[in-house]
Design a protein around this ligand. Structure first.
Ligand code: WTA
Length: 572
């Protein structure tokens, strides 16, 4: 069997011919599927939820199928509409206004989604945070966004430095036992018990803010990537073309809503299409994930290479214990999808895995594999209609096929970020001429397939999570024993990369296993578990440029035993 090309499966697909669709494509055609195209009244929460709740044929369909070890729940479109009307009423009662930032720091649960849509319904901007964040990570994001309201639990509240956040006026507590918390605390259950199920949704402009996702770059604190309601156009379009949604699909996106995949494709794409969306709480294990696919008869599954590699390692025998015959296809995002994983899925699941490439900043998929398309294992696929992708040099000139360079997108696609929150300089720095430059290096073959080569900056991708080395270095040097730190991503067969830190010690400290473990724990409990270095190496000095920048590239070359290249800027 020729594994360099995998042909499409027969069956009816929403798009039969990508080239034909691309020909003369106009986003205007897609807009016609939205109710605002006729009414002029815009709100993504209305399109995703209320529109189906108003449809007699749709309202009783299960929108959210929640499955966690200790809780199973089905929520219909009508119920989700009413619940989010209630949360919207609570927000309004406590003074949340259009454009305010309301952050969510809570477990993935039905309440999360009711709150999320309530935020959109009052015209506010939602900021979902990973539950795993520790104090520093929470502080940075709430400080920068100047969030006025936070929705959290008593347990997670311990990681919120409330006194240091002057903009944060109110905290909605979920699962608080009594009302003793004080004036600035709102008891979620008590308010929900009395809130009205009716709400006059705030109609917005398509260019009004909807979401802020913080993500990491190679320098500075995490940046707030700002998305507007208009992004729904592309969430919907890619849901139709790439996910290939049909009315009766049961879809499962495994991503956490703290990550853009968990909102664009864990919330908007499925619900704009009115399909049943499986949300799973609890921890990952191959057994429990297979069980979820089996039990709920999932038809389409969107996940990440890091999870898929764990399924491969779990062996072929395990998968035979489950009935996965409902599955139509699998999709992947976040890191390079290894060809071996595709081969495994063809052999063991008899399914193709469709890789998709995009970023927090791009808001939705840009380079993809459609069900009707030939896939080439190792390639991320081809650009969606209405999007122009190219490989450009550092001046923004397009390069010919098979030449490596910057993966770039012609600006102006519907879901493109509209700003980096309060940081116009950072936003501008993404663009060369008309191109959005991704920071990934890639090449394009003669047939227009794109092949990922690596990151061009120092951003680390560990188990699909984007980690900025600067953040980890900053935390490390807060430890009393650490003088200087340089952090790199080190290739790892399962996690893609792991975080490795090089440090120098302050006078009076000696290297020991206990000290290294203490430093690791310090990052883990201060920042977040996924940012904690798996390896720490003590050095006499950290290589820096004459201007004092840590030379992570040199650290990496040393680590990998590669030639060190140009070191002319190295400090003596
Ligand atoms: C990487 C949000 C290879 C890439 C979805 C990108 C990928 C970064 C792929 C974005 C893919 C994403 N193949 N690499 N299919 N998809 N990446 O914003 O380096 O957390 O720039 O992802 O992940 O990370 P983010």
């Amino acid at each position: 069997m020729d594994m360099t090309k995998v042909q499409p499966r027969s069956g009816e697909h929403n798009v039969e011919d990508l080239d034909a669709l691309r020909e003369g494509f106009d986003w205007e055609e897609i807009k016609k599927d939205f109710s605002w195209y006729k009414t002029g009244k815009v709100n993504a929460a209305y399109e995703a939820i209320d529109r189906h709740a108003e449809n007699p044929n749709k309202k009783d369909q299960v929108a959210l199928l929640y499955s966690a070890p200790d809780r199973e729940e089905s929520v219909t479109f009508e119920q989700l509409s009413k619940q989010s009307n209630k949360t919207a009423n609570i927000f309004k009662k406590y003074g949340v206004q259009k454009g305010d930032r309301v952050f969510l720091f809570m477990p993935r649960s039905p309440e999360f989604y009711a709150n999320f849509f309530g935020i959109l319904k009052v015209g506010a901007i939602a900021g979902p945070l990973f539950e795993a964040f520790m104090e520093q990570a929470v502080r940075d994001r709430l400080e920068d966004s100047e969030a006025t309201m936070l929705i959290t639990t008593p347990e997670l509240l311990k990681r919120v430095p409330v006194e240091d956040l002057p903009h944060l006026k109110q905290i909605v507590l979920i699962g608080a036992n009594d009302g003793t918390e004080g004036d600035n605390y709102i008891n979620f259950e008590e308010e929900m018990a009395v809130a009205s199920e009716n709400f006059d949704i705030e109609w917005v402009d398509r260019e009004d803010g909807m979401l802020i996702h913080y993500t990491s770059g190679s320098t500075g604190k995490p940046k707030g990537v700002y998305h507007v309601h208009n992004a729904m156009i592309q969430h919907y379009a890619t849901g139709k073309w790439v996910i290939d949604f049909k009315d009766d699909d049961i879809y499962w996106c495994t991503a956490d809503p703290g990550w853009v995949t968990g909102t664009s494709y864990g919330i908007f794409a499925p619900w704009l299409h009115g399909v049943t969306n499986v949300i799973r709480g609890g921890r990952f294990s191959p057994e429990s994930w297979y069980e979820t696919l089996d039990k709920h008869n999932v038809t389409i599954w969107y996940t990440a290479p890091t999870a898929l590699r764990k399924f491969v390692s779990a062996g072929d025998e395990l998968v035979k214990q489950y009935d996965l015959s409902s599955l139509r296809h699998v999709m992947s995002v976040g890191e390079p999808l290894n060809p071996e994983v595709i081969t495994w899925a063809l052999r063991v699941l008899d399914l193709r895995i469709h890789d998709t490439w995009w970023m927090t900043e791009t808001g939705a998929m840009l380079i993809v594999n459609l069900p009707s398309m030939e896939i080439r294992p190792g390639s991320m696929g081809r650009p969606i209609p209405g999007v122009e992708a190219a490989i450009v040099d550092n001046e923004g000139n397009e390069l010919p096929p098979n030449q490596m360079g910057n993966l770039a997108i012609k600006k102006g696609w519907p879901s493109m970020m509209r700003a980096i929150w309060k940081n116009p300089g950072k936003y501008e720095s993404y663009f060369i001429k008309d191109w959005y430059v991704s920071g990934d290096s890639a090449y394009m073959d003669e047939d227009g397939y794109f092949w990922f080569q690596g990151r061009l900056d120092d951003v680390i991708n560990t188990s699909g999570e984007r980690v900025g080395p600067f953040e980890v270095e900053s935390k490390l040097i807060e430890h009393k024993a650490v003088a200087e730190a340089g952090v790199i991503g080190k290739p790892d067969p399962e996690r893609g990369e792991i975080i490795k830190a090089f440090i120098t010690l302050n006078p009076g400290y000696e290297s020991s296993d206990e000290l290294l473990e203490d430093i690791r724990q310090f990052v883990k409990t201060g920042l977040s578990a996924h940012a904690a270095p798996r390896e720490i190496e003590i050095k006499d000095s950290i290589p820096k440029t004459r201007s004092g920048k840590i030379m992570r590239r040199l650290l990496k070359s040393w680590e990998l035993g590669l030639p060190t290249g140009d070191t002319s800027t190295l400090e003596e």
